[in-house]
Design a protein around this ligand. Structure first.
Ligand code: NAD
Length: 489
């Protein structure tokens, strides 16, 4: 049990116990549990049920049983459930934010922001649930009529990462409910508590038994693979690393599953000599430090025009230096990294960059505390062959490189297997459009360090994924198109 305050212990203890299958909370079939840690204390918070393949089979049966009746519910009814879910998330914001901070480490202010962001997906898809459109058209020879309809794709498997424990869930659950799909969700083993709480809230919002099933497990491969191959699941929606995404694409081949994948990123952050440096530094803080740098959208490589690079680096280093590092519950600006492995990876990437000639302006070391803290870091003179140029840093480290020529920086920005998001700072409108059209990413932040919004289509190209979440297209990922052909007489 948690070593924190009474309030912290109460919030953790209030998370339902067990797996959520067919509307019931039950222990894992084999009785196992696994430990969830508070990364700011490197200590156990509590244990949760450890599902195996038998539990996966039970969840698949529950999702299959509920699919027909759930697909037949009125869109308005599904919309109202999502709307109530939205309201309950807002109402419980403080409790959910504290729980998220305890299991993931992010500062409370950011956790509150994530609860709002997560809730917005329910509000958005409550509105989309009643706007699923079809069509009626004449065949080219005029003899037939085509009726085009959308229907739910069927039971879906949703897999989420640890970095946004709530929002990555609602971004998938929202459109699945709106479309009329039943689902099994498997949260990351580091952060299952927020998802268990969300299942309780959705039940209170009126979601029928079997529509949402939650499997927590320390052995994701053993639970997921039989679901992928089992014949019940019709679609996978996955957010996580590109390596696991690739494995799941392979597994999806057997049952020819539809797949949506939100994978890794390696975002370039480009500052031209005509940029407003106030906006660029502000944008860099947001693009780098949101979520302690543990975001797929995090600025991973900063390319700054040589004429403004020194000033930009100094100003960024001063801002980073002023940040407080500590427990997210104690009002710190920067929380711990998720675990020791995450911090070791940051250590290695920084050491490699330094060894290749980078200069550390601030940070470059662990920060004090029992947890996995790392000091906000700015490095200049980073060599393009450093490992962090091709790998996600997933920590509070800003590497700065310089450039002179527009074509040169576009080529450098695109020189990665990833293509999630890029950031571009310039006050020249022509340059903004010219460069935007050449950047090979699914999203672009123009003079802005955060692009995520439930009303916009989030997603990447190349090894950053397939499909889009949110926006008008978000629900399409959970719908099939069917048409009926008939002669007029
Ligand atoms: P991860 O791939 O290790 O884990 C993601 C999920 O996959 C977890 O639920 C995990 O349990 C599960 N998983 C792990 N091995 C599996 C297997 N063999 N079979 C089935 N499922 C398995 O990633 P992570 O470390 O939790 O998250 C960080 C990654 O997620 C980063 O690469 C980040 O860029 C990416 N991410 C992408 C987006 C996006 O929208 N593009 C958003 C957030 C995070």
């Amino acid at each position: 049990m948690s070593a924190g305050t009474e309030q912290e212990r109460a919030v953790v203890a209030a998370v339902p116990d067990g797996l959520f299958i067919g509307g019931e909370w039950r222990p894992a079939a084999a009785g196992g549990v696994f430990s969830v840690e508070d990364p700011s204390l490197a200590r156990e918070l509590r244990t949760v049920a450890d599902a195996d393949a038998d539990d996966a089979a039970a969840a698949a049966a529950a999702a299959a049983d509920a699919q027909e009746s759930w697909a037949a519910t009125a869109p308005r009814e599904r919309s109202e459930i999502l709307r109530r879910g939205y309201e309950l998330l807002i109402e419980r914001r403080e409790e959910l934010a504290l729980l998220m901070t305890l299991e993931m480490g992010k500062p409370l202010a950011e956790a509150r922001g994530e609860v709002m962001y997560a809730a917005e997906f329910f509000r958005w898809f409550a509105e989309e649930a009643v706007r699923i459109e079809g069509g009626y058209q004449a065949s080219p020879d005029g003899k037939d009529r085509f009726v085009v309809m959308k229907r739910p794709v069927g039971p879906v498997l949703l897999i989420t990462p640890w970095n946004f424990p709530l929002a990555m869930g609602t971004r998938k659950i929202g459109p699945a409910i709106a479309a009329g799909c039943t689902m099994i969700i498997k949260p990351a083993e580091q952060t299952p508590l927020s998802m268990l709480k969300l299942a309780e809230i959705l039940t209170e919002a009126g979601l029928p038994a079997g529509v949402l099933n939650v499997l927590t497990t320390s052995r994701p491969g053993e639970v997921v693979e039989p679901l992928m191959r089992g014949g019940v699941i019709r679609k996978l929606s996955f957010t996580g690393s590109t390596a696991v995404g690739r494995l799941l694409i392979e597994q999806s081949a057997e049952q020819v599953l539809r797949v949506s994948l939100e994978l890794g990123g390696n975002a370039p952050f480009i500052v031209f000599d005509d940029a407003d440096l106030d906006k660029a530094v502000e944008g860099a803080m947001a693009a780098k430090m949101r979520n302690i740098g543990e975001a797929c959208t995090a600025a991973n490589r900063m390319y700054v025009h040589a004429s403004v690079a020194d000033e930009f680096a100094e100003r960024l280093a001063a801002r980073m230096d002023a940040l407080t590092v500590g427990r997210g519950t104690d009002g710190a600006d920067v929380g711990p990294l998720i675990d020791e492995a995450g911090r070791t990876k940051v250590d290695e990437l920084v050491a490699d960059a330094v060894q290749r000639g980078a200069k550390v302006l601030t940070g470059g070391r662990h920060a004090e505390g029992e947890g996995y803290f790392y000091a906000p870091t700015v490095m200049t003179g980073v060599s393009p062959d450093s490992a962090l140029m091709s790998q996600e840093i997933f920590g509070p480290v800003a590497p700065i490189l310089t450039f002179i020529d527009e074509d040169e920086v576009i080529a450098a920005a695109n020189d990665t297997e990833y293509g999630l998001v890029s950031y571009l700072f310039t006050e020249n409108l022509h340059r903004a459009f010219r460069v935007s059209e050449k950047l090979d990413t699914g999203m672009i932040g123009l003079n802005k360090g955060v692009v995520s919004n439930p009303a916009a289509p989030f997603g990447g190209v190349k090894a950053s994924g397939l499909g889009r979440e949110g926006g008008r297209v978000g629900i399409d990922e959970f719908l099939e198109t069917r048409y009926l052909a008939m002669p007029l007489g």
